[in-house]
Structure formats: structure tokens, C-alpha cells
Design a protein around this ligand. Structure first.
Ligand code: FMN
Length: 353
């Protein structure tokens, strides 16, 4: 059996293979509530055979949304709307997963397909939060969070985790990447605080690790918790791979089951050498030096490439985003390419060659 199609035990649950549908914002929610689009989008990727189907960054509060169209998990109506989505994903044999997030100083923007610009209050936007009052590019100046605000946001993550559980998700990922709130505490480029949440690496990690601890305390022992990080900022003087190794060690000590290794997003002008597998080296290094399972992501498009990443020990799972938009049945196609016999959804059986 190939590594790609070998089952993956994650605490008390098992993913049937190592293929993860990477979280992808759809900007199609109303008031944070999932609709038919989310059912079909996530459902068809479960039908397509992925082992883990992860719903997009779901905001822990209204001001934590990237755009007005983001999914949310700050109220019960939102959890109720996601429950049938998670149930359908599970009914197709995939592990239903969701990412929870706070967009921090990168919140309050139009969806990318409407230009992606920062929205001020007159345009339906809202004021944003950050460790320091430093804007992201030409976005609005965020409010520097005081201690009560930090504790409130931690509680919002906890409440969102509880709702994710009640909605039926079995894997939870915390978003510590892409320049959003928790990443902005980690990176010295966005965090200029002089209190216990800024300065040294230990101080910059304090709030994100506090969120991880608080969420792990309510997320069941039997279910996996992942963290997505930006392994590097791609800027001199920014967050670096050694920092990620140190962070991953701390995450492991706090019961995180895998680190999902992305990169970038903290500043608009970083030069990122996008190309096939451009982030897998980060995953490999974190996996070996921090001794924690990892997920590789970033321009992974090919079954042989995916198998190679796993067999060479660079990661424990592979997450695909854009390729899954091009082909929701990628896992079924990958199986035949790699000579695996995978059962197809029963109604589709006549199409299996
Ligand atoms: C439409 C779209 C939406 C995305 N939304 C999210 C998201 O909600 N959370 C996240 O961590 N990454 C998000 N990403 C990043 C992807 O999960 C992935 O890390 C990135 O696209 C690189 O993988 P790829 O080369 O397979 O597309 C998004 C990417 C795309 C294309």
C-alpha cells in the first residue's frame, strides 16, 4: 500500500488516507452562517475521497472575520448550519475538520473576488485588533489589544472550539499563520509590545500558546488538535524557521497532534519563491527537529509528488488547496495513478474504469 493511502490514526479517530482538503475561505457566508454553497463545496470533496476535509477559517468573533462573507463560529446558529455539513462529510468516510481563526489586523476586507481592499466603517468594515497599532500595508490602523481584550479573545477561541465540537467536527485546527491575529503576536514584524506578550520569543508565543492550552482543555482528549503556522515570514528580521521549531516543540508539549506548515502573510511585500512543494522543506525540518507530526502544503498537485513527500519523511499528511478546486475527485484519480484500489461512491461505481 502507498503511504498516501495508508490510514492515519489521530488519537481516537482514523483518517482513511493522508490527503487533506486544505481550508479555503469561500466568502459565501451570510452573517457567518454556512449555506448551500458550503454543503456542496465540502460535500463534493468528501465524495471525492479525501481522508480529511477541512472547512475554511471560521471566525471566532464578528471582528475576527477577514471579510463580511467569512464563516463564523461565534453563535449557535452558525454551529447549527455547519452540523449537517460535518455529518455529510463524515457519512462519506472523510474526517470532518474545521479551522478556527481571528484575522486580527487583516480583518475587515472585501472578498478577493471583489478587490480584497480594506473596508472602512462607511463601507461596512469594522475596527481591527493587533498586538501593536501597526497596520498591514495600507489597511486601517488596528487597535493595540490590552490584557482584558487578550483574555476575551482567548475565551472566544474556546467558545468557538466548543461549537465546532457540537457541530460534529472531529478535527480542529487553530490558525496561527498568514499574518492573522495569533501569527501577528508571534512575529517581531507586527509585535512591538514591551509587556509580557512582546519582546522575547517566549513572550511573543505567550498569547498563541495560551489559546492552544485553553482550547486543548475543552477539545476532547479523543480528538486531534492541529495548528497551522507560517513557518517563515520570508523577511529578514521576521519569524524564522528556528522560531517555528521552538514553537512546534511547545505545541507538542501542549497536546497538539500535528503542525500544518504554511508560510508568509505577515507583510504584503515579502518575496515568496512559489513553486512545486516550496514549503515542504519547512515541514521536514519541523518534523525531524521538533519530533511532531506535520502536514505539508503548498503547490502540491501530483500523486507521485505527494507520495514522495510522505515516503521521504517530510510530512505525515499532505494538504491540497487549489488543486482540489480544479479537481474535487483528485484522491480517486490519485488512487488509480498509484495503483490503489479505492472504493468509489456507490452511485458512481459504473464510471470506475
Ligand atoms: C480560495 C482559497 C482560500 C483559502 N483560505 C484559507 C483558509 O481559510 N485558511 C488557511 O489557512 N489557508 C487558506 N488558503 C491557503 C490554502 O489552504 C493553502 O495553504 C494554499 O493555497 C497553498 O496550497 P495550494 O498550492 O495547494 O493551493 C486559501 C487558499 C485559497 C486558494
Amino acid at each position: 500500500m502507498t503511504r498516501l493511502f495508508s490510514p492515519w490514526s489521530l488519537r481516537g479517530v482514523v483518517a482513511k488516507n493522508r490527503i487533506v482538503v486544505s481550508p479555503m475561505c469561500q466568502y459565501m457566508a451570510e452573517d457567518g452562517v454556512a449555506g448551500e454553497w458550503h454543503h456542496v463545496h465540502l460535500g463534493s470533496r468528501a465524495v471525492g475521497g479525501a481522508g480529511i476535509v477541512m472547512a475554511e477559517a471560521s471566525a471566532v468573533s464578528p471582528e475576527g472575520r477577514i471579510s463580511p462573507g467569512d464563516l463564523g463560529l461565534w453563535n449557535e446558529r452558525q454551529a447549527d448550519a455547519l452540523r449537517p455539513v460535518a455529518a455529510f462529510v463524515k457519512s462519506q468516510g472523510a474526517l470532518p475538520a474545521v479551522q478556527i481563526a481571528h484575522a486580527g489586523r487583516k480583518a475587515s476586507t472585501a472578498p478577493p473576488f471583489r478587490g480584497g481592499k480594506f473596508l472602512d466603517r462607511t463601507e461596512g468594515g469594522w475596527s481591527t485588533l493587533a498586538p501593536s497599532a501597526l497596520p498591514f500595508g495600507d489597511y486601517g490602523i488596528p487597535e493595540e489589544m490590552d490584557e482584558p481584550r487578550i483574555l476575551k479573545v482567548r475565551e472566544e477561541f474556546v467558545e468557538a472550539a466548543r461549537r465546532a465540537l457540537s457541530a460534529g467536527f472531529e478535527l480542529l485546527e487553530l490558525h496561527l499563520a498568514h499574518g492573522y491575529l495569533l501569527h501577528s503576536f508571534l512575529s517581531p514584524l507586527s509585535n512591538r509590545r514591551t509587556d509580557q506578550y512582546g519582546g522575547t520569543l517566549e513572550n511573543r508565543m505567550r498569547f498563541p500558546l495560551g489559546v492552544v492550552e485553553a482550547v486543548r482543555a475543552v477539545w476532547p482528549e479523543s480528538l486531534p488538535l492541529w495548528v497551522r503556522i507560517s513557518a517563515v515570514d520570508w523577511v529578514d528580521g521576521g519569524w524564522a524557521l528556528e522560531d517555528s521549531v521552538a514553537l512546534a516543540r511547545e505545541l507538542g508539549k501542549r497536546g497538539v497532534d500535528a503542525v500544518d506548515c504554511s508560510s508568509g502573510g505577515i507583510v504584503p511585500d515579502a518575496r515568496i519563491p512559489l513553486g512545486p512543494g516550496y514549503q515542504t522543506a519547512f515541514s521536514a525540518r519541523i518534523r525531524s527537529e521538533a519530533a511532531i507530526p506535520t502536514v505539508a502544503v503548498g503547490v502540491i498537485t501530483d500523486p507521485v509528488q505527494s507520495e514522495h513527500i510522505l515516503v521521504t519523511g517530510q510530512a505525515d499528511g499532505v494538504a491540497l488547496a487549489r488543486e482540489m478546486l480544479r479537481d474535487p475527485y483528485w484522491p480517486l484519480h490519485a488512487a488509480s495513478r498509484l495503483g490503489e484500489t479505492l472504493s468509489w461512491p456507490t452511485p458512481y461505481g459504473r464510471a470506475k474504469s
